[in-house]
Write a protein that binds this ligand. Structure first.
Ligand SMILES: Nc1ncnc2c1ncn2[C@@H]1O[C@H](COP(=O)(O)OP(=O)(O)OP(=O)(O)O)[C@@H](O)[C@H]1O
Length: 334
């Protein structure tokens, strides 16, 4: 709206000057030029002040993402590597054949939303608050089964409208495992290899699906590693892939099962998130204290971390809520 006013103002100057100078050709030429220049300056000023779909506001920072994943995301060496490669490869590809589709899986509080935030922060200057980043939470945005047909058309219009506005749009779907299969199916065309759909190309867009599906199987692999005395960091994507396919491909409750997303290979990367241990909770706690502007205190964080619930009951290795709720808990201990 403001851009329109600024440009209109430029044209107003232009037109009134043309009228005033109708009988003076030399100065008219000059004023016309000035009017066009003003409109262009107005547009530039708008783009400078307000978020636009251009390289000032939307630019991928590969090193920034690498550093953020390395320094801020704890205990997720597998996810970190896959995400860095997937996002960098996609963003550096000038001519992708389809949008990037990531499906993040794992136990609660292990960093799936957090990673989406880190990706957004390294593509959009405004991060998660960018008007080109859209987040949907199944239970909050699509709660009523009876409204499913409405949700479908709203969701399709929303995606189409936003990608038309900015091809480099990002859509995050949280609680994917609770999403109605019909809704997942309705977004399928946008994830596919089409050059364009009704004149809109979706190939620059990014879709991120988050779910807890697979969390138990991933935990079992991590537990087996621990029991075998193997270093967690030795764990590779290959070790976790069977766990992922077991839960995602064969679990009728995971939602994804019902859809052709998998059959048609529309998901580019399934990314496993490992359950977090005490030491990771400690790192989260120290980072959280620093983020709150407090001097990180090992004793305080240790006290908080020890009071959390760990599982399985006998071994007590993994934090039941990962690093979630730590922010609030620390307030109690400081
Ligand atoms: N691996 C991690 N490294 C650093 N901080 C983390 C990590 N996991 C979680 N956190 C912290 O905990 C908060 C909550 O985690 P997040 O929302 O990303 O979990 P989630 O995996 O998306 O959980 P859920 O499945 O319940 O939605 C994050 O904002 C972040 O501060």
């Amino acid at each position: 709206m403001r851009a329109t006013y600024t440009i209109l103002f430029g044209y107003y100057v232009l037109i009134s000057s043309v009228l005033v100078n109708a009988f003076e050709p030399i100065s008219t030429t000059f004023v016309v030029g000035a009017g066009v220049g003003l409109a262009a300056v107005g547009q530039k000023m708008y783009n400078y002040l307000y978020e636009s779909c251009d390289s000032k506001w939307v630019a991928f920072n590969s090193t920034g993402l690498e550093v953020a994943l390395d320094r801020k995301l704890f205990g997720q060496h597998v996810a970190s590597r896959v995400i860095q490669k997937a996002v960098t490869g996609f963003m550096n590809n000038k001519n992708p054949k389809k949008p990037l589709v990531l499906s993040l899986h794992g136990w609660t509080g292990t960093g799936k939303n957090f990673v989406s935030q880190l990706i957004a922060e390294n593509i959009y200057k405004e991060g998660m608050t960018s008007s080109f980043v859209h987040q949907f939470v199944s239970t909050a945005h699509f709660p009523h089964l009876s409204q499913i047909e409405n949700y479908k058309s709203q969701l399709q219009q929303w995606i189409k409208g936003n990608v038309t506005n900015c091809p480099r749009s990002m859509f995050i779907f949280d609680e994917m495992d609770k999403m109605h299969p019909g809704l997942i199916d309705c977004i399928k065309p946008y994830l596919d290899y089409y050059e364009n759909l009704d004149g809109v190309s979706y190939r620059q867009a990014i879709f991120i699906f988050l779910s807890n599906a697979g969390g138990e199987h991933i935990t079992q692999v991590a537990l087996d590693f621990w029991k075998a005395g193997r270093d967690r960091e030795e764990m590779k994507l290959q070790h976790l892939e069977p766990a992922l396919s077991l839960s995602v491909f064969n679990n009728k409750q995971s939602g994804l099962w019902h859809t052709s997303l998998i059959d048609k290979n529309l998901v580019d990367f399934f990314v496993p998130f490992l359950p977090l241990e005490y030491r990771h909770v400690m790192l989260c706690g120290m980072a959280e204290m620093a983020a709150k502007g407090l001097e990180p205190d090992q004793d305080v964080v240790d006290q908080m971390a020890r009071d959390l619930v760990y599982f399985p009951k006998s071994e007590k290795i993994f934090s039941g809520k990962g690093c979630k709720t730590i922010g609030g808990k620390l307030d109690y201990y400081t």
